[in-house]
Unconditional design. Sequence first.
Length: 240
Amino acid sequence: MRIAVISDVHGNVPALDAVLADMARQQFDAVLCLGDHVSGPMDPAGAAERIMASGAVSIRGNHDRWVVDTSLRGAGAVDRLARETLNEAQLAWLSGLLPTTTLGDELFACHGTPTDDETPWLDNFYNGRSSVLPGEAEVAIHAAGIGAEVILCGHTHIARTLRLSDGRLLVNPGSVGMQLVRGTPDAHYAVIEKRQAGWQTALIGVPYDTEAAARMAEANGFPGWGEAIRYGWAGPDALG
Ligand SMILES: [Fe+2]
C-alpha cells in the first residue's frame, strides 16, 4: 500500500498545485489531507476546490474550526478572510470534516494530537523561530490507546518521522503551504509505503513559485505571510 499525506495547505494554491503535480507522476492507493486546508491569504477557495476534487480523505484542523466559526477563541483575521471567500458548498464541506480518521486497522490520522487539534506533537513549534524535539516518553503519551501501526499528524508544519520503541511509526508530513522555523520555502508532503520490512517514509520538499504566492498574500493585506512564504524562517506568529 502506498499513500500520499498532505497537510496544512493554508490556502496556498501555487504550493498545492506543485505538490499535486508531483503526486500526479506517481501511483497512490489513497491520499490523506490532515487539515488547515484554507486558512491563508493566498487563495482559500481555490485550495478548497482542489482538495475537494482530489478525492483525498480529509480531516479538520484548528484553523478549519475557526473558519467555520470565527467567534471561537483563537480565530484571527486570516480565518475571517478565508471564510468570506468560500462558497456555500465549500463551507459545508469544511463544516462536515471530522477531527480524526482511520484507514483500515493500520492507519490513524489527526491534526495535532488524537485528542486536541492545537497541541503540537512531534516538536514544539511555539518557541518562536526555533523548535524543541520532545523525548519519547512525551511523544508516547499522546499515542496511548492507538492500535494503528502508522499514526499521522500535522499542525506544526515541521516534517518529521519517528518510531516509538514498540514499532509504531509516527509521521508529520510538514506543511504544503506555509513553512515555519526550518528555513525552507519548499512545499512539503510525505509518501508512506508498506514494504516487506514494514512501513517506510519519504519526506518530500517540492520547489514552487513562492514569489507568486507571496504576492497573493501581500495583495490581500498580509505582508507577514509574504515574507514567511519567500524564506520559510518564520515563527508561528506569522500565521496570525
Ligand atoms: Fe494547525
